[in-house]
Design a protein around this ligand. Structure first.
Ligand code: HEM
Length: 257
């Protein structure tokens, strides 16, 4: 017998009639784990761009004090006189701070989602170890990099732990912030230089996993270009680490003084 469908039946519970509040599309997307992975990937790309250009800029220290100090001044003067001095740099800093905050939030909430989705440990020892090796290293390396950034800003931006940061110097008749002097002062302290080396190696591991995962997050996963993915992740991480680690080593070795 055909089933009679009545359209007059009332709701069984109050929840059946409760209207779902509509959230803006981007917030809705962010509430899903795919959305959080997009955010991790996009903010990761922004920060990868920063670390690469920061490293390339810092190579100027091999050309001498005047070059590095003038480079710092150049960053302050971006788009002057269209924009007042320092404004573009502050906009870039704002973008970087936002990217870092979103990256941290997405990482934290993805971890929470993963824990909620799998409160029971994996049964297979092999899967358990492989699945967790990368994520555990990512959290550890991420936290060390975070601690490094805090020290680094206190050291070379605010001068809280560096007597030379912010001091002025006259070069070719121009008054410049002596960024070079501050870097040399910083790395002449061996424990600080060693911390920079260790933190930047961990940054490299973080970048390697991150650069590899970006493709996964955006769904660009095809066996045909997986070799390129690995090559890109390895090359990018190696470039940044070698460049960054060379600075404290060059100061300790007396090449930069
Ligand atoms: C050994 C490697 C590094 C050296 C020699 C170095 C050097 C410097 C110097 C000299 C400054 C101050 C620039 C100025 O006052 O104009 C600075 C700022 C900064 N560095 Fe680094 N840095 C290194 C690695 C890193 C890494 C790996 C990161 C991020 C993970 C980083 C993030 C920053 C940030 C966020 C600032 C503040 C930028 C600003 O507000 O203008 N640095 N760095």
């Amino acid at each position: 017998m055909a089933q009679v469908v009545t359209s007059h039946r009332g709701p069984v519970t109050g929840t059946a009639t409760k209207k779902k509040k509509r959230r803006p599309f981007l917030l809705d997307l962010y509430s899903t784990s795919v959305g959080k992975k997009y955010v991790m990937g996009a903010t990761g790309i922004m920060m990868m761009g920063f670390v690469l250009f920061h490293m390339i800029g810092n190579l100027k220290m091999y050309l001498g004090a005047a070059h590095l100090n003038e480079y710092a001044k150049f960053l302050e003067n971006l788009l002057v006189p269209i924009a007042p001095e320092g404004v573009v740099l502050w906009i870039l800093r704002g973008g970087l701070i936002t990217a870092l905050a979103l990256h941290l939030h997405a990482a934290y909430s993805l971890t929470m989602l993963n824990r909620k989705a799998r409160p029971v440990k994996y049964q297979s020892a092999r899967d358990y170890q492989i699945a967790n090796f990368a994520s555990r290293t990512m959290r550890l390396s991420g936290l060390v990099v975070l601690a490094f950034i805090a020290w680094h800003l206190a050291d070379l931006t605010f001068g809280a732990v560096n007597n030379e940061t912010g001091k002025m110097i006259t070069e070719n008749g121009e008054e410049l912030k002596n960024v070079y002097g501050a870097v040399v002062y910083s790395f002449n302290r061996v424990p600080v230089a060693l911390f920079y080396v260790v933190a930047n190696i961990l940054l490299g591991i973080h970048l390697f996993h991150g650069a590899w995962s970006i493709f996964q997050s955006f769904g660009w996963n095809n066996p045909r270009f997986n070799t390129w993915r690995r090559a890109f992740a390895t090359g990018f991480a190696a470039l940044v680490v070698i460049g960054n680690v060379s600075f404290p080593i060059a100061v300790m070795a007396g090449i930069v003084k």
